[in-house]
Design a protein around this ligand. Structure first.
Ligand code: NAD
Ligand code: WQD
Length: 350
């Protein structure tokens, strides 16, 4: 399949490009590099051993998006393109609603115009809001506490309505907490500025780029008092996208939803201990008050993905920490600045 990877230069998108090539598909990366660097393209070409087609383009621009789809005529799309920082979305809700929804509108319009009928959308466990565990795909009440989260609730609904009206195949993938990096150590997550999420913060402390780790709350009603999440390796997550694309056409329903997680919770203290094992030294850390809006415990019920896609995670918390540390220690400041060595493709948008 030729797969247009919207936001393919980002953290999860880049790992998915690797797995698409490994599985024999042809990715076309489209990204405006608002939260990524062009030099990731060099790393991807190195890992995959292939020349990649890529565009520097704003997917919120409808005519540009349509021109790319008309030129490439992809068989399917994976839609990663959007902003993703929960706290920032509270401060800049308009930017989040505008970018995350406009990319979705452009992509949907371009699919319909070019006859592309299959899309996988990056959704999130955040759509469960404060729903009671177990969190299953049939949960009727979706909500979210942040504008970011609400772009996922709305994105799911908008794409569902469009898929049903235009006979598209839609996969809504609800990720839990993706972490880790490709085993090569050449690609990984590199948030700009101080990281909001736990694993990037742990990795920055280990690399000497952040003075200490703040542990947000040790008074939760959990086994060790710290909050519990369902961390999954980004390579397992990337593989789930490939399987979802390959299998979407085989279901009667035009819209399918899958939780993607391990089904097991790990506490903040447990994750930090696993990372200390992986890097071989103790990290500077301090307990701080709970972070506003955090739940005590969240983990997936991932059984539907196993039953319907035959997908389940294979990599462990130890793998997640070892691979993150390999990436972070080899690239303490992330990707180099500068242009990619290969030339981007271009289109003339009217
Ligand atoms: P990321 O920021 O690394 O990747 C997103 C990519 O989209 C970036 O390369 C960015 O430059 C690009 N982009 C943003 N707006 C664009 C636009 N208008 N046009 C073209 N490109 C644009 O984020 P990620 O962690 O790889 O997440 C990918 C997707 O998965 C996002 O939609 C995110 O909301 C979702 N998600 C992420 C997580 C997580 O914990 N990382 C969890 C659940 C869901
Ligand atoms: C995990 C735990 C923190 C940083 C977020 C989004 C969610 C999804 C995944 C996109 C919490 C604690 C964190 C730190 C800490 N993203 N923590 N010190 O909040 O489960 O989910 O990312 O869709 O929508 O909300 O992940 O990694 O931010 O936090 O103690 O420096 O680690 O309080 O308990 P979260 P996280």
């Amino acid at each position: 399949m030729k797969v247009l990877v919207a936001g393919g230069a980002g953290y999860i998108g880049s790992h998915t490009v690797v797995e698409l090539v490994k599985a024999g598909h042809e990715p076309v990366i489209v990204d405006n590099f608002s939260n990524s660097k062009e030099t990731v393209i060099d790393r991807l070409e190195e890992i995959t051993g292939t020349h990649l087609t890529w565009y520097r383009a704003d997917l919120a621009d409808q005519s540009l998006t349509r021109a790319i789809f008309e030129k490439e005529t992809p068989d399917a799309v994976i839609h990663f393109a959007g902003y993703k920082a929960v706290g920032e979305s509270v401060e800049q809700p308009l930017d989040y609603y505008e970018n995350n929804l406009n990319t979705t509108f452009s992509i949907a319009r371009a699919m319909i115009a070019s006859g592309c009928d299959t899309i996988v959308f990056s959704s999130s466990a955040t759509v469960y809001g404060d729903a009671e565990l177990p969190l299953t795909e049939s949960e009727p009440h979706l909500d979210s506490l942040s504008p970011y989260g609400y772009t996922k609730v709305a994105g799911e609904r908008i794409l569902t309505d469009i898929a049903q009206a235009h006979d598209l195949k839609l996969g809504l993938l609800r990720y839990f907490n993706p972490v880790g990096a490709d085993a090569s150590g050449r690609i990984g997550e590199n948030p700009l500025g101080r990281p909001n999420n736990l694993m990037p913060a742990v990795a920055k402390v280990a690399a000497g780029r952040q003075d200490k780790l703040l542990i947000f709350g040790d008074d939760y009603p959990t086994r060790d008092g710290s909050a519990i999440r369902d961390y999954l390796h980004v390579t397992d997550l990337a593989k789930a996208h490939v399987v979802a694309l390959e299998k979407l056409g085989g279901f009667d329903s035009s819209v399918k939803i899958w939780n993607l997680g391990t089904g097991k919770g790990t506490s903040v203290f447990e994750l930090v201990a696993a990372f200390e094992q992986a890097c071989g030294f103790e990290l500077a850390k301090e307990v701080a008050p709970r972070r506003a809006g955090d739940r005590a415990e969240i983990y997936a019920t991932p059984t539907l993905a196993l039953e319907e896609l035959g997908w389940q995670t294979e990599l462990t918390i130890e793998d997640m920490c070892t691979d993150t540390w390999r990436w972070q220690s080899n690239n303490p400041d992330g990707y180099p600045d500068g242009e990619a060595q290969s030339t981007p493709s271009s289109v003339n948008a009217s």
